[in-house]
Design a protein around this ligand. Sequence first.
Ligand SMILES: Nc1ncnc2c1ncn2[C@@H]1O[C@H](COP(=O)(O)OP(=O)(O)O)[C@@H](O)[C@H]1O
Ligand SMILES: Nc1ccn([C@H]2C[C@H](O)[C@@H](COP(=O)(O)OP(=O)(O)O)O2)c(=O)n1
Length: 230
Amino acid sequence: MQPVVVAIDGPSGSGKSSVSRAVARHFGYGYLDTGAMYRAVTVYCLRQGIDLSDADAVVAAAEELPLGLGADPDDPAVTLDEEDIAAAIRTSEVSAVVSAVATNLGVRAVLQDAQRELIDAIAEDWGGVVAEGRDITTVVAPDADVRVLLTASEEARLARRSTELHGSADEAAVAATHDQIVRRDRDDSTVSQFTEAADGVVLLDTSALDFDGSVGALVEIVTATLARAS
Ligand SMILES: Nc1ncnc2c1ncn2[C@@H]1O[C@H](COP(=O)(O)OP(=O)(O)O)[C@@H](O)[C@H]1O
Ligand SMILES: Nc1ccn([C@H]2C[C@H](O)[C@@H](COP(=O)(O)OP(=O)(O)O)O2)c(=O)n1
């Protein structure tokens, strides 16, 4: 059996990470969070005192990054030199500046190459991989067996992230989340196209779905696409 590659893209708060992990678990596949790689470069630069606006220095950091990524959807470990940085990459400080790294085209080239290798290796080890990010369906793995753009309305995405970070989706909490969703997507979309489904990419809008409904819908798309191809 050929290993299966499932590519998922989408804007912030659409549910890429959580839904992709659940879908990987369902099929027994490995999981790759490509956003964690941009975040890890950011943490590394902040710790080394590298100015994020110094494009060449940030590319050099991406090239020498001592990164470890676990593919287990139940425990997607992220390490730098063996140190667990899973929490460090998710701080608001990192979320606020990660787009400066993600819009560095030299960094993107380095990480995209690494992601292609990881996708092949994880798919081989696990029989399949669910890889998620912003440019997986279009640039990193355009030949993936299943390609899905996971979206949700800005309102739904703001409410989800706000609930996750602040435990509420009231007006103040949503306002505090605005930069993380709206400004960051605007910056990120200058280098990747993740607002409209490219040719051959299935659009899954989860605005009206709860978490389990989103997982079920994605499982159905994967199952149907693989059945059609066999
Ligand atoms: N369909 C959904 N309905 C409600 N909440 C969801 C749904 N999908 C994801 N979530 C929740 O929204 C938050 C953001 O999801 P996440 O997977 O981090 O999105 P992304 O990786 O696209 O930024 C998480 O707390 C997640 O549990
Ligand atoms: N394939 C990818 C993955 C992430 N990025 C960028 C976009 C984001 O600003 C950062 C972090 O991505 P991540 O998926 O962790 O972000 P969110 O979970 O949506 O908050 O990296 C990218 O440009 N290309």
